[in-house]
Design a protein around this ligand. Structure first.
Ligand code: RP5
Length: 162
């Protein structure tokens, strides 16, 4: 199975990445994570993206906050799908990162999830890989079913909590 590549602009983005990793582990998807910054270590970010396909990656998650150019910078150097995860920052609560991540020019797409939503980024990566991986598709369907059942259980118990 192709790996999910994870890049984060700083180790301060780790709490968001941990949400993604939890789901990748649950779905038994191999991954590799790095701290690469579009601004502080641009050469490392570029080299990772340029070599990602031949290094066995199938999807790349890129998490960054503030002037979040990481997902776009990665996408500029690969034709693998890139999922941007905007992270909260101190001044604008993630709105800066959201807009920096999602407002890509035509020709270089980044699929962006909501602010801090590492879980959805991992699920979307799993859905992309599952297009060609029937076993993973089965695990994804089972997870969706279990998640639905957990919500139904909350519905059944909500009156007791009021
Ligand atoms: C971004 O700047 C990083 O992705 C992080 O979200 C933010 C702050 O980084 P640190 O100053 O905490 O290293 O590039």
């Amino acid at each position: 199975m192709r790996k999910v590549g994870i890049v984060m602009g700083s180790d301060s983005d780790l709490p968001v990445i941990e949400k993604a990793v939890k789901i990748l582990k649950e779905l038994e998807i191999p991954f590799e994570a790095h701290v690469y910054s579009a601004h502080r270590t641009p050469e490392q970010a570029r080299s990772f993206a340029l070599n990602a396909r031949e290094n066995g990656f199938g999807v790349i998650l890129a998490a960054a906050g503030m002037a979040a150019h990481l997902a776009g910078a990665i996408a500029a150097n690969t034709t693998l799908p890139v999922i941007g995860i905007p992270c909260r920052g101190p001044a604008l609560d993630g709105m800066d990162a959201l807009l920096s991540t999602v407002q890509m020019p035509s020709g270089i797409p980044v699929a962006a999830v909501g602010i801090g939503n590492g879980a959805n980024a991992a699920l979307l990566a799993a859905e992309i890989l599952a297009v060609e991986d029937a076993d993973l598709a089965v695990r994804l369907t089972a997870k969706r079913k279990a998640d639905t059942e957990a919500v139904l259980k909350k519905d059944a118990g909500i009156m007791e909590r009021l």
